[in-house]
Ligand binder design. Structure first.
Ligand SMILES: [Zn+2]
Length: 76
């Protein structure tokens, strides 16, 4: 059990760091659905665990229900 402790601490530290970064990002940007162009905000937790690519997030649109790469757009 003790052998896993450093890995666990590093994993938690990385996740916490990503969560803090995503908190700042999601406070400034909304995401736009690739299917219906509906704009929605993500929680920092969702933004952390969703797969991402060049700033886009692979998430389910709350409006049309499609799973798409949602692009970041500045909050109005
Ligand atoms: Zn949509």
């Amino acid at each position: 059990m003790q052998g896993y402790a450093p890995i666990l601490i590093i994993a938690i530290a990385l996740l916490t760091g990503m969560y803090l970064i995503q908190s700042r990002v999601t406070a400034r940007v909304d995401y736009q659905c690739g299917e219906c162009e509906h704009r929605f905000s993500l929680t920092p937790l969702m933004a952390t665990i969703a797969p991402h690519r060049m700033g886009s997030k692979w998430v389910r649109c709350p409006h049309c229900g499609a799973r798409t790469w949602a692009s970041p757009v500045p909050k109005a």
